[in-house]
Every structure is written in structure tokens, then in C-alpha cells.
Design a protein around this ligand. Sequence first.
Ligand code: GDP
Ligand code: MG
Length: 163
Amino acid sequence: MKPIVAIVGRPNVGKSTLFNRITRSRDAIVDDLPGVTRDRNFGDARWNDKAFTLVDTGGFAEGDVDAFAPHIRLQVEQAIEHADAVVLVLDGKGGSSPFDTDLIQTLRTVEKPVFYVVNKIDGEGQEKALFDFYGLGVDRLFPVSAEHGYGVAGFLDELTDGF
Ligand code: GDP
Ligand code: MG
């Protein structure tokens, strides 16, 4: 069985964009409106000759994050249960939120590899946006640009290292 990697995080952080880049597909629906990923979406991925299944999560209607927090949390819990590794995507442009702190708290209790990705870092010059996230107490942050590809290769090297 191929390893399963779940992408989780708040709406609009770029989960589907990252999914599409890694699976090289346009299957996940990307939109400027938060929460347009209609359901869990599975895709085949391959890196360094290692095959894995990527899961994009979403599936909640538009609305502010508080209203959907229980739904997102449930998805995270399901994703954790079924995945071999979890990728939490954070928004390098929007900054961290209390909801992220909450998710990280949950992910700390998980005995599976968890990767913390700060997305929307569209180039080296934007890495200073990472400072906002060091306070979250995460050992290692991966700055990436799902849209432009910055940092994604290095992240995938680490992600697939144990596969
Ligand atoms: P999701 O709700 O987490 O699946 O987020 P989406 O993938 O649908 O992306 C939400 C918005 O963020 C869209 O407008 C994307 O174009 C934008 N976005 C995603 N990745 C990046 C990135 O690396 N850089 C920038 N600047 N914008 C991004
Ligand atoms: Mg999405």
C-alpha cells in the first residue's frame, strides 16, 4: 500500500493549490473564495521514485472560519486517522490565527509525521513572513509557494524521506 499523506488547514491557505502542484493535476478546485474544495480529493503523487497518495481536504461551505471550525476539526481528525503523514498548511500572507494554534495543539498528540508548511512565500525575499509562525512552537517550518513552486522540492524531499 502506498503511503497516504493528508493536507489539512484553514480555508484559503492554499491546500488545493499545493495538492495540484504535487499531483500535477487540476483536480482540486482552487478559488479566491474560502472553502471551495467540495469534498475530500485523492490524487496520485510521485517524488524521488516514491509513490504516495495525497488527500486534499475542504468540503465546507463559504463562511467565516469560526462557523466551520468543528467541521474542519472533524476533517483533520479523520485525515489523521487515515493518513500515514499529515501536512498542515499555514498562510504566510495572512499570518497565523488562533485556529492554527488549535490545530497544532491537536497535531502534537499525533504519533505520525507532521509537516508544517508556510505557504504563499513566493520567493526568498518573503521568508521574513516566517517570523510570525515561530511563536507557534513548531520545530521546523517549510516555507513554500504552492503557486510558484518555491521551496516545494525541498519539502517533498523531506516528506518522502521515510517512505
Ligand atoms: P484552500 O482553500 O486551502 O484549498 O486554498 P486554495 O488552494 O483554494 O487557494 C486559496 C487562494 O490562495 C487562491 O486565491 C490561490 O490562488 C491563493 N494561493 C494559493 N497558493 C498560493 C501561493 O503560493 N502564493 C500566493 N500568493 N497565493 C496562493
Ligand atoms: Mg481547497
